[in-house]
Every structure is written in C-alpha cells, then in structure tokens.
Write a protein that binds this ligand. Structure first.
Ligand SMILES: C[S@@+](CC[C@H](N)C(=O)[O-])C[C@H]1O[C@@H](n2cnc3c(N)ncnc32)[C@H](O)[C@@H]1O
Length: 219
C-alpha cells in the first residue's frame, strides 16, 4: 500500500477503519502490559484514533506516526487541542497535552524518535499492510524500538481470497512467524465479529475473527 492510497482515503473521507468509540480490547487488556504511567506509548499508523485520548487519560504520554495531514489536523481539532507544530524533516511534529504526532512515513522513523517509548499499541496497523510490507514493518520496528518494549496487537483473520485488503488477514501463525523467536506471543482474545460488521459481510466475507495478542520481547 503506497502512501498515496492512504492520503486519498483521508481526502475522500473513506475511513471505515476509524472507530467512534474507544477500542474495547485496549480497555480490557491494556493492564496486561503493566505500562508505567508517564511512559510514552507509541501508536504506529495512528490515524486520528480516540484510543490515544484514552491512553493519555491513563497517564501515559502518546507518540503517534501518521502519513495523512488531514488525520493529524482532525485529531487535535476533534479534541479541542491547540497543537504546537514544527517541521523536523522528514516529519512535521505536532504536539499538545502530552500527545505528539509525527506527520510522515513510519518507514522514515529512527531509533532516536522512539527512544522514550515503553509500549506499543497496534490496532489496524500491521493489518493495514500487504504481506511483504508486514515483514518490513515488523523488522523496522524491531530495529528502532528500545529493548523490552511490549506490544498490544489487535489483528483480523479471515479467508483472504474472499476480499482484497486492507484490512489484510493476518493469522495467528503469521503473527508468531513475524514476532517469534525474539518475542513471546500470547493470544489474549479471539472472536468472530462478522455479525457486528455488516460492511465486511457486504464485501463478501463469511468469517471475520478478531484476535488480540500481547507480544513481549524475550529476556
Ligand atoms: C487502517 S488505518 C488505522 C488507523 C488507526 N490505527 C485506527 O485504529 O484508527 C491505517 C492508517 O495508517 C496510515 N498510514 C498508512 N501507511 C503509513 C505509513 N507508511 N506511515 C505512516 N502512516 C501510514 C493511514 O493514513 C491510516 O490512517
């Protein structure tokens, strides 16, 4: 998926992935990660998710990266936050009330950008990428995240032949192949959510299983 694809989605307001409510799995399982309050939580491919405001309300600082300027602008506007902005190539840096969003390409991040991160929240980020980019994404984050940073991952699994992504189908097997052996992968939750998601049934799916994982580095 090229950045232009996503920029166009935001321009055309085709953002079916955006949730108006705080993600229920974040609320149910975040405690598993035992993230110290005040620690920086990294939200890759953050869109304008309200989950960032929930994380902030838990006392965390939030660092997101997002390619779309519309998403970044709308996040602060929706939360009535007046952001300070500065251009720090390759990113535009927006900041207000403990939420920093880097407007730019995740693949341009460096270890310095993530040096204070203590945990990662990935909802609809890994699954936004096709298979070859998923590998690149996982390798990239492993290369630049500080050691011992755990991830709460919300993914979807469905018969990939029934619908082109995104979101792409990512099985438990693939999650394990991507993250093990450097991490321990724990499946926290699994449930078929097709009945609550008629838009995916309309796109041809006969099954849509949401899976939540806790991924923590070994050692
Ligand atoms: C499926 S959405 C998920 C957004 C968010 N995680 C949520 O739960 O609402 C994927 C987001 O990633 C952004 N994106 C895609 N590729 C990107 C990249 N290479 N770097 C930064 N953001 C990217 C898109 O603009 C889009 O907002």
């Amino acid at each position: 998926m090229k950045p232009e694809f996503w920029l166009e989605r935001w321009q055309n307001n085709e953002i079916g992935f955006h949730q108006t409510e705080i993600n229920v799995h974040l609320q149910d399982y975040w405690m598993h990660l035992r993230v110290p309050a005040g620690g920086v939580v990294f939200v890759p491919l953050c869109g304008r998710t309200r989950d960032m405001t929930w994380l902030r309300a838990q006392g965390h600082k939030v660092l997101g990266v997002e390619i779309s300027p519309i998403a970044v602008r709308d996040f602060y506007a929706e939360n009535r936050l007046k952001a300070q902005t500065k251009t720090q190539p390759p990113f535009d840096r927006w900041e207000a009330d403990g939420v920093t969003l880097l407007r730019g390409d995740l693949f341009d991040l460096s270890a310095g950008d993530l040096k204070d991160v203590v945990a990662v929240y990935d909802r609809a980020s890994l699954i936004a990428f096709p298979a070859d980019m998923r590998q690149r994404y996982v390798r990239k984050l492993a290369a630049i995240l500080p050691p011992h940073v755990g991830t709460l991952l919300v993914a979807m699994d469905y018969p990939q032949g029934e619908m082109p992504g995104p979101p792409f189908s990512v099985s438990e097997r693939e999650v394990r192949d991507l993250y093990e052996p450097n991490n321990r992968v724990e499946l926290l939750h699994t449930r078929d959510i097709l009945d609550e998601n008629p838009r995916f049934r309309a796109r041809g799916l006969t099954q849509l299983v949401e899976k939540v994982f806790y991924i923590r580095p070994n050692g």
